[in-house]
Design a binder for this molecule. Structure first.
Ligand code: NAD
Length: 511
């Protein structure tokens, strides 16, 4: 059943759930060196569902000592084990088996993500499928990893450039797309021959723990992947500072990314970062109106706006701004928000009370700075943590709401008068993750695509993604790239091998 809330500002969904809430939380232990174990402190980490207010997971919690043990297991599996020496074909076969096994458990994985994160079930099912595709793509990469050769260095020299796995990789992930982001990292690290220690967000550890069973079943050797449920300040920090870790790959906030990079610098580890964004969509008067309105609504409210790629600010040409904004408001009010386990729900609950307060604070500052809330702006009076779809108008480029990542269902609307100004506003931001442009004029589109500082630019579209295409950010949105045909390069070192041919012509050899 769908019904309108009293204020007519959102379409609230409740009614028949496609899956029910389990009567018991998912329980689990740490996975270290192929063994399940409790944390050395005996502590547990529990998660109460933001949508349903009941405990949905209860895991052993890792201590610093457990983290050190996991790192040593990964180190030993890398230095002495078979995984780095196996053929790409053998590793690919295991990665494909993992993909098959996860796909067979799609519903279980999706349900756990819904319960822990509050995202809608239809989206969670899609995310598991997308993630599985990444495991399959990594399997392809495992078989095509190769180096280079130089037969052009003169008669007496042949050189090879080989790629070797970098070693032990710490993988630290956020709560917004738990299994999908893990799958942008772990299968590629494994495909390259690395071993790993993984820490999911303390809010959404379930699917990472479930994966450990799958890894065992698929035949991943003990110690190759170690999974720790725990917090950032101790477990994450140890994964970043430990001398036996060769690389840290992190997705999360820019603030933690900076902190972590400073710690990793002490031991000069390689760090790869996927951070926040304040992604603009630039809308010209000759855009495909319907498609642009839909993309703005999708870009803002997908995953409740808790998305690094959220199109959280639009720059609309002055001449169409009022009409376009009105069209977005009308469309936004028809997006079904509500119970994440109902099949029609498109937007579920916010991750936590603390985060809801952060979103509300951004709105308060926006009003203080002179912006106007023209849709939503309030919590939904319901048992879960829900926020109305919200549009903030009359935003100017220097306002906080135009520059900082809100990470909620909140759109900031700005205007521009010509292309140069649009690009200036788009680039006047510390972030550079993604951007979009809507126009029938290919010159407009290509000029924006060339001049905007962002890792991904969508022309007449928003947020499509493919394993074949690299993903990552300019400026403070990150460092390095995931996916694409060079995805494995991030997890390798290059080694140059120079082979002398024939008689040696030395520096000071007697002739
Ligand atoms: P967060 O930075 O708070 O936490 C991310 C992870 O880091 C968690 O596992 C956390 O436990 C861990 N952590 C916290 N402190 C740490 C420390 N001192 N050392 C090591 N690890 C530590 O981020 P979040 O709130 O979970 O996720 C939201 C953020 O993630 C947003 O800023 C969003 O834009 C970003 N994000 C970026 C991408 C991308 O691909 N660019 C994708 C998804 C999310």
């Amino acid at each position: 059943m769908q019904q309108n809330m009293g204020n007519n500002q959102m379409l609230w969904v409740e009614g028949q759930r496609v899956l029910s809430i389990p009567s018991q939380p998912l329980t689990g232990q740490l996975f270290i060196d192929g063994q399940w174990c409790d944390g050395s402190d005996g502590e547990r980490l529990t998660r109460v569902s933001p949508a349903y207010g009941v405990e949905v997971s209860n895991f052993a919690k890792a201590s610093i000592a457990d983290t050190q043990q996991a790192i040593l297991a990964a180190r030993s599996a890398f230095d002495k084990g078979d995984w780095p020496k196996m053929s790409g074909a053998a590793r690919a076969s295991i990665l494909n088996t993992i993909a098959d096994l996860v796909m067979a458990k799609q519903q279980q994985f999706a349900l756990q993500e819904v319960l822990e994160s509050g995202k809608p079930i239809s989206q969670a099912m899609d995310e598991i499928e997308w993630a599985v595709d990444l495991w399959r793509y990594a399997a392809v990469c495992a078989r095509s990893l190769h180096g280079d050769s130089f037969n052009s260095l003169g008669e007496d020299m042949l050189a090879l450039v080989v790629r070797e796995p970098i070693g032990v990789v710490s993988i630290i992930t956020p709560w917004n797309f738990p299994f999908l982001i893990l799958s942008q990292k772990l299968p590629f690290a494994l495909a390259a021959g690395c071993t790993a220690v993984v820490k999911p967000s303390e809010l959404t550890s379930g699917t990472t723990v479930l994966l450990a069973n799958v890894l065992q079943e698929a035949g991943v050797p003990a110690g190759v992947v170690n999974i720790l449920v725990g917090e950032g300040h101790d477990v994450g920090a140890t994964m970043t500072s430990h001398k036996d870790v060769d690389m840290v790959t992190f997705t999360g906030s820019s603030a933690v990314g900076k902190k972590l990079t400073a710690v990793a610098a002490e031991s000069l580890k390689k760090v790869s970062l996927e951070l926040g964004g304040k992604n603009p969509q630039i809308i010209f008067p000759d855009c495909d109106w319907e498609a642009a309105v839909d993309a703005v609504v999708f870009g803002t409210f997908f995953n409740g706006g808790e998305c690094c790629n959220s199109g959280s600010r639009i720059l609309v040409h002055q001449s169409i701004a009022a009409d376009f904004e009105q069209a977005v408001r009308e469309r936004a009010a028809t997006v079904p928000f509500g119970d994440p386990l109902c099949k029609d729900t498109k937007v579920g609950a916010i991750i936590s009370k603390a985060h809801l307060q952060v979103i509300e604070n951004y709105l308060k500052v926006a009003i203080e700075e002179g912006a106007e809330i023209t849709l939503g702006g309030n919590r939904v009076d319901h048992s879960g943590l829900y926020m109305q779809p919200t549009i903030v108008s009359k935003v100017t480029p220097k306002m906080q709401i135009a520059r900082e990542e809100v990470f909620g269902p909140v759109l900031a609307v700005l205007t521009f008068t010509d292309l140069e100004q649009a690009i200036e506003i788009a680039n006047d931001c510390l972030y550079g993750l993604s951007a979009g442009v809507w126009s029938a004029n290919i010159d407009n589109c290509l000029q924006v695509a060339r001049k905007v500082k962002a890792g991904t630019v969508w022309i007449n579209g928003w947020m499509s993604g493919y394993p074949e295409l690299p993903f990552g950010g300019f400026k403070q949105s990150g460092q390095g790239r995931e996916l694409g045909r060079h995805a494995l390069d991030e997890f390798t070192e290059q080694k140059t091998i120079q082979m002398h041919i024939g008689e040696r012509t030395g520096w000071w050899l007697p002739r």
